[in-house]
Design a binder for this molecule. Structure first.
Ligand code: HEC
Length: 260
């Protein structure tokens, strides 16, 4: 028992140590990721997130593993509501959330084709996507006029700038140990200091956070649409185990009754 007790903490520590460098890498170096704090069981938030995605992202990104009729079911919408609010790019409800832009053209325009976003919440993590959408800053050296802290030199423009407003970013400088000269680290996430709001957006900071959180919530659901079902199933499994435990106990009492 003693051995087991000492072994568990060291295994936990080892796992933490092993995952630490990856966590730092995912954060893009110096900045920590902001927690998305979304909740996939919040249907109202999923509805807003789907609307935000269709209106602001589907010009460039698809979510090609999601069918509209699946969306309708989870968002608890009527077919009319679905068609009026979310189906701008499709005719039939059993179509998937694809877009009209050919990948070749997209790659020519942006230097990089906008990836399908169905699984991005799993490949990057929800916190990463949340932080990404909050971390565009002004940079006149880039084609888009903005840069991104967690995806440096991103070819995606800050498509939500009207909502958030524009922010600039400050980076620390350092001193070259040999020459004593000041080294500029603009754009290097490891030297990031702070954002400064430069222009007002149409939303307050809190409204923008909620907008992005809903969007991330939708992408979180899209990455694992069975997540909701799995949760309800989990509750049934627990109830089953509890009932089974009661019978197992009664059986034990019955069997041992005569053994004195
Ligand atoms: C004008 C086209 C355009 C629009 C609109 C757009 N994006 Fe993008 N997005 C891109 C391009 C291009 C990339 C590839 C960036 C790169 O890798 O440099 C990208 C990359 C991303 C990535 C990073 C994917 C990865 O794993 O590297 C995420 C996340 C993302 N977009 C989310 C969104 C969301 C959410 C919206 C809607 C609010 C949106 N995008 C709207 C063009 C767009």
């Amino acid at each position: 028992m003693m051995q087991l007790m000492t072994r568990i903490p060291s295994a936990v520590v080892a796992t933490l140590l092993l995952s630490a460098p990856f966590a730092a890498q995912a954060a893009g170096g110096g900045i920590g990721l902001m927690p998305a704090g979304n909740d996939v069981s919040d249907v109202a938030s999923l509805q807003r997130g789907a609307r935000n995605f269709v209106n602001y992202c589907m010009g460039c990104h698809s979510a090609k593993y999601i069918r509209y009729n699946k969306l309708q079911e989870v968002l608890q919408l009527s077919e009319e509501q679905l068609k009026e609010n979310l189906m701008f790019a499709a005719e039939k409800v059993d179509e998937t959330m694809t877009i009209a832009m050919p990948a070749n053209d997209a790659a020519r325009w942006f230097g990089q084709a906008p990836p399908d976003l169905t699984l991005v919440s799993r490949s990057r993590g929800t916190d990463w996507v949340y932080t990404f959408l909050k971390s565009f800053y002004l940079d006149d050296q880039t084609m888009t006029g903005t840069n991104n802290l967690v995806l440096p030199n991103a070819s995606m423009p800050h498509v939500l700038w009207e909502l958030q407003g524009l922010q600039s970013a400050e980076f620390r400088t350092s001193e070259d140990p040999n020459t004593g000269e000041t080294v500029n680290h603009f754009g290097d996430p490891a030297y990031f200091e702070a954002f400064t709001q430069e222009t007002e957006g149409t939303m307050s900071a809190a409204e923008y956070d909620q907008f992005v959180r809903d969007l991330v919530n939708f992408l979180d659901w899209a990455g694992t649409p069975e997540q909701l079902e799995r949760r309800t199933l989990g509750i049934w499994v627990l109830i089953f185990l509890l009932v089974f435990l009661i019978f197992a106990y009664l059986l034990k009492v019955e069997i041992w009754k005569d053994v004195k």
